[in-house]
Design a protein. Structure first.
Length: 153
């Protein structure tokens, strides 16, 4: 499974807006410069984040972007969903899967459970956690859930 560039850059843009969200809007050129994302590519990312209701344009003297809601109320999965329909680490976990072995494959439950763990970790990780995540804003996965998945299987 690979997380695409739009999702990764979308998260970086959201972190940049969140860390500068002290009542002042963040200019797109400042996001571009700070996160080293080309202005043209950032246009498409900003459009998706706005469409998903995660950011809003703050017009006026200090125009730019602000979070549409608190950083604690936005999670990584929200940002992911701004660019992708859902997480599917293998095709057999897709709702549109037409695999003839779906109901008899011994690995389907494993892939589905792993998919759930990834989704839950994304949901449990708020945008705010990147702002308070310790040294250099590092945020770690919830290893307990991954450990529990291994026990379950």
């Amino acid at each position: 499974m690979r997380i695409n560039t739009k999702v990764r850059y979308g998260l970086r843009a959201m972190i940049e807006i969140a860390k500068n969200n002290d009542g002042k809007a963040v200019l797109q050129k400042d996001i571009s410069r700070a996160q080293e994302i080309s202005a043209g590519y950032l246009d498409t990312i900003i459009a998706s984040l706005k469409s998903a209701g995660l950011i809003k344009n703050y017009a006026g003297k200090h125009s730019g972007y602000v979070l549409a809601k608190s950083a604690v109320d936005i999670n990584v999965y929200d940002i992911y969903k701004a660019f992708e329909p859902d997480i599917n680490i293998v095709n057999c976990t897709c709702p549109s899967n037409e695999c003839s072995r779906l109901n008899i494959c011994p690995a389907t439950d494993y892939w589905s459970s792993l998919n759930d763990v990834i989704r839950e970790n994304m949901i449990d990780t708020s945008l705010r956690s990147f702002l308070i995540g310790g040294r250099n804003g590092k945020v770690k996965l919830n290893k307990i859930k991954i450990h529990n998945l291994n026990k379950m299987l």
